[in-house]
Design a protein around this ligand. Structure first.
Ligand SMILES: Cc1ncc(COP(=O)(O)O)c(C=O)c1O
Length: 399
């Protein structure tokens, strides 16, 4: 059998999109789909947002790339906006979430060495996801992501997610720890939302031990959870925060932001990226940050999240096939009692794009922050009725 020209790294659904507008995608046959996945939390402003399109077009006509060997004014402007919105002091620009986390991991290791720790170790969580590069897959708490790629990168110890006592126990026994790397909400792992004071407690432990609190906000950042960054619900500041996905609304850009001592660890020659923070990606990201602020999209994400989650609760909670409906802003999960991986395909047939994660049991919805109320209601009604029909066909009903 002939080898396909694209390496077989994805199981793809049989649909190709031609264009998009707002929350809707149009396939090559002219069918339209309500996009409740947004390229996995990327197109928070929807498709072809005029401000982002304009920024990309204008910048493409002027200058797409120079080099980090020169000053890049748009990168400086974006860094100023991001540090202001995050409370951080400085930014390293990368091209993806994994690369932003690589920067954070390198930063933590170098921080450890400056403290005289020869084998700096980072606490990471079970069930986490931090990316597909060697260091980030080693940090990831999912054997399926790691299997076949051993030897893994060393220097990580693992704790269960949302378990402060486990982290305290590591603190008491491991003097090599220099940092904690954690998602404020586990996305790929199945939209797991920890106890409301989890991050506050981790902050306290980090302070007591001189560890860096490093938050992976690749998925939760850029307004998705109802604040620009998810940690802002907790009124704390991390030492390092990484983001990507929604930052460029589809243009490949990531950022590793740092504060205080952590902001001074990486110096010339210690890290870099040819494309990181190039003018065209920065122009797009500046338009994203501006639009989120001008259009009050953090607040809107919080409202929409409540509307959608409440809609699902009303229609689904109590049914035997539903374990839980949970959300923080527009990170929404419907956890099924049994696996239902086929629901992504069935939803596509009904004109809704969503994703099933968490071992096939969690329907994950990551709709755009610009969704209208009418489209939010359409999403709830379509997905809820699909789940009911699916459960009845599978013989899992309430009787
Ligand atoms: C929390 C988190 N970190 C890191 C990544 C990796 O990002 P990327 O695919 O841009 O490398 C993802 C992607 O899903 C993510 O959800």
């Amino acid at each position: 059998m002939a080898v396909e020209p694209i390496m077989n790294t994805y199981n793809r659904l049989s649909v190709a999109f031609d264009h998009g507008e707002g929350a809707w995608l149009y396939d090559t046959d002219g069918n339209r789909y309500l996009d409740a996945l947004t390229g996995i939390a990327v197109c928070g402003l929807g498709h072809a947002h005029p401000a982002v399109t304009h920024a990309i077009q204008q910048q493409a006509a002027r200058l797409t790339h120079t080099s980090n060997l020169y000053t890049i004014p748009l990168q400086q402007q974006l860094a100023e906006r991001l540090t202001a919105v995050s409370g951080m002091d400085s930014v390293f620009f990368a091209n993806s979430g994994a690369e932003s986390n690589e920067a954070a991991i390198k930063l933590a290791r170098r921080y450890g060495h400056t403290r005289g720790i020869d084998s700096p170790t980072i606490i990471v969580m079970d069930n986490s996801f931090h990316g597909r590069t060697m260091a980030t897959l080693s940090a990831t708490g999912n054997r399926a992501v790691q299997a076949g790629f051993e030897p893994l990168v060393s220097g990580f110890v693992r704790a269960p997610f949302d378990d402060v006592a486990a982290v305290r126990q590591i603190a008491a026994n491991n003097s090599n720890v220099v940092a904690i790397l954690v998602e404020p909400i586990q996305g790929e792992g199945g939209v797991h939302i920890p106890a409301p004071d989890y991050l506050n407690q981790l902050r306290e432990i980090c302070d007591a031990n001189e560890w860096l609190l490093m938050l992976d906000e690749v998925q939760t950042g850029n307004g998705r959870t109802g604040e620009y960054f998810c940690y802002q619900h907790n009124n704390i500041l991390p030492d390092v925060v990484t983001t990507a996905k929604g930052l460029g609304n589809g243009m490949p850009i990531g950022a590793c932001l740092a504060r205080g001592i952590a902001a001074e660890i990486l110096i010339p020659g210690t890290h870099g990226s040819t494309y990181g923070g190039n003018p065209i990606c920065c122009a797009a990201a500046l338009a994203v940050v501006d639009t989120i602020e001008k259009e009050g999209l953090c607040q809107r994400a919080a409202e929409l999240g409540e509307r959608i989650a409440e809609g699902f609760r009303q229609q689904l909670v109590g049914a035997a096939y539903i374990k839980e409906v949970r959300n923080k802003g527009l990170m929404i999960a419907i956890e099924l009692a049994e696996t239902g991986a086929e629901l992504a395909v069935l939803a596509k047939v009904k004109g809704v794009l969503l994703n099933v994660t968490g071992g096939g049991k969690v329907i994950r919805l990551l709709p755009p922050l610009i969704l209208t109320d009418a489209d939010a209601d359409l999403l709830v009604n379509t997905v809820a009725s699909l789940i009911k029909i699916y459960a009845a066909d599978e013989g899992v009903d309430n009787t």
